[in-house]
Design a protein around this ligand. Structure first.
Ligand code: HEM
Length: 166
């Protein structure tokens, strides 16, 4: 089934949407909200990178040491991969979970601890709040919170399974 268009006018009733391979997909209303906000975000990724890391590192100074001193491209890649994952979640892409599992494992090797994932989600949502995006409001924020919780949940579990700290 194709993902609903940006207007989110999906005919299917909402509820636990399940992609053909059994992976959880965004509820139809969320998919529309996520798509519209990602479109509004186009061209502003640099701003997201700047604001997100300033916030994340000021709230959690201990994680700064996990990042290379000059790893600007990795930091940019982390944000662009987050946005790609939100898009893929909205579109119920079947490859998403394998990708998240691989990233969760590599993050455990970087020394990322499980409790950092909810911290990441909170800083990301607060970063989005500060962008004053067209159409951003409580419903869209809640859709992002659900999407990021699911994305980071898969990464966190994969990290825990390879023996990363809880
Ligand atoms: C949605 C969640 C996240 C996604 C999609 C994500 C994605 C990425 C990507 C794509 C990279 C580039 C290198 C690679 O491919 O492995 C990266 C690097 C990294 N990420 Fe994440 N990440 C997420 C959450 C986190 C969290 C919560 C932490 C906690 C501190 C973290 C810490 C790091 C570190 C330390 C690096 C290596 C940076 C360096 O080499 O300097 N990430 N991340």
């Amino acid at each position: 089934m194709p993902a609903p268009g940006p207007s989110g006018q999906a005919a299917a009733p909402s509820g636990a949407a399940v992609a053909p391979d059994g992976a959880a997909a965004a509820p139809p209303d969320d998919a529309g909200l996520l798509t519209v906000s990602l479109e509004a975000l186009a061209g502003r990724e640099g701003e997201v990178v700047e604001r997100f890391y300033a916030l994340f590192f000021s709230r959690h100074p201990e994680v700064r040491a996990l990042f290379g001193e000059h790893s600007i491209s990795e930091r940019e890649e982390m944000i662009s991969e987050t946005l790609v994952s939100v898009m893929a979640h909205a579109d119920a892409e079947p490859w998403l979970d394998d990708n998240l599992v691989a990233m969760g494992r590599s993050h455990a090797e970087y020394g990322v601890e499980g409790h950092s994932y909810p911290d990441f989600v909170a800083s990301m949502l607060d970063t989005m709040d500060g962008l004053d995006l067209d159409g951003w409001g409580p419903d869209t924020r809640a859709a992002w919170e659900r999407a990021l919780a699911r994305i980071t949940g898969v990464m966190r579990r994969a990290g825990d399974e390879v023996g990363g700290a809880a």
